[in-house]
Design a protein around this ligand. Sequence first.
Ligand code: UD1
Ligand code: CA
Length: 476
Amino acid sequence: MSNKQAGGLPQTSKLAVVIMAAGKGTRLKSRKPKVLHRVGGQPLLQHVIASASRVVDPAHIFVVIGHEAEKVRTEVAHAGTQFVEQKEQRGTGHAIQCTLSAIRGYENVLVLSGDVPLIRTDTIEQLWRFHQKEAAAMTILTAAPEDPHGYGRIVRLSPASPAVDAIVEQVELRPDQESLREINTGIYAFKIAALDAHLGELKNDNPHAELYLTDMAGILRSAGERVVAVQAEHAAEVLGANTIAELVALDATMRLSTAHRLMASGVTIYRPETCVIDPQVQIAADVIIEPFVQLLGKTRIGADSTIRSYSVVENCTLGQRVTIRQSCVLAESSVADGADIGPFARLRPGCEIGNDVHIGNFVEVKKSKLRAGVKAGHLAYLGDSEIGEKTNIGAGVITCNYDGVKKHATRIGKGAFIGSDSTLVAPVAIDDGAYIGAGSCITKDVPAGSLAVGRARQITKEGWADARRARQKAQD
Ligand code: UD1
Ligand code: CA
């Protein structure tokens, strides 16, 4: 197996990546494993795997799993990485001990944290280049954030030198070390031979009684090995996600950067900080997105379309000049050019909405094809149906598609007129140009060009109401 040549990186033999993802994430106070919490629409771990996969082929990535191992494995298995199990979580040093036998065949290893999701490929490569240039046994990626509290701190031999003396965890800082601003990002490069020779020397003589990978800095240095640090340019990229508040902050950062990328390509997003847009969403130039819109999954939107406030669109393809008015919910459907939907409309999965279709308020459509120019302006349910060009669906029309056991189809031809408040009991077909009288319950097929009325006849009793009132008055 040879490692993938990544953008500009010299071809190097035998580089493995380990991603530590076995921890429980106690500080989240959540039953779900930390690395499966989502930011920017994806599990934390998925982001790290994606960045690492651009440095080496996923076959050379080893994900350390432990807490809820099977859940984690299942959720990210599609990425094609290897997995190593850490049955008991006895610390980051122990996590690496558990991977040693799997990575011994490699010369170097990059160690990443499953809970540092914003790490970019460029930064991983920067670490890797520095490690090789310095011919180090251990290279630590560091950062200098505004607030270093909670992180391990870097003690350099001298401020200007890349050489590191030790990493000191927050809880073990001496008072004179509290002011150290350079933090350990939890991301490292190691020469595997050096790791292999000294990893057994880790001790759990610390407040958590864990084996800290950070102690390798001091251990390797005492053994005469070269330990260096390189600082990441952007501290925001290497911040961890240890609490729900930190996760939500990372999510906001990612969402905003997606919004800015789209705006740079010609999309107008008003109040971008209120919009939730997944990274894979594609939007053409001149689309307008109003505040509080969610665009999820693999949604695509064509030019000159408008998505008005409070709408949620998931895995849909919208054409050009489409208008989605306020508070619509659309899922797994397609909408062709010029269609106008909402406010308060719902497209459930499997809808194909044709050109210039109008769907108005309180209309629910499921698994239905509405051909060009269909109008369903108000209060309707159209399920398992096919509706021909330019047919008009009156207010309150319902396709009765379910008989309590099975779903049945309704077919309506083109140019038909379905009067308000009609119920179409499927399976039923209404042919081209037919009229259905308002308030009908249609149970039989209606041929082309005909009128069907299925309702009780009206009876009018003249004077009846006046007579009743007169009787009432006489009794009082
Ligand atoms: C770690 C570093 C700290 C650094 C910080 C950066 C240690 C001792 N400390 O602290 O210096 O500033 O990261 O974010 O390493 N994990 C396992 N198995 C375990 C324990 C942890 O796989 O037994 C995994 C976790 O799932 C997590 C990663 O290792 O993805 C880091 O563990 P975490 O407990 O979050 O370490 P920090 O306290 O953040
Ligand atoms: Ca962490």
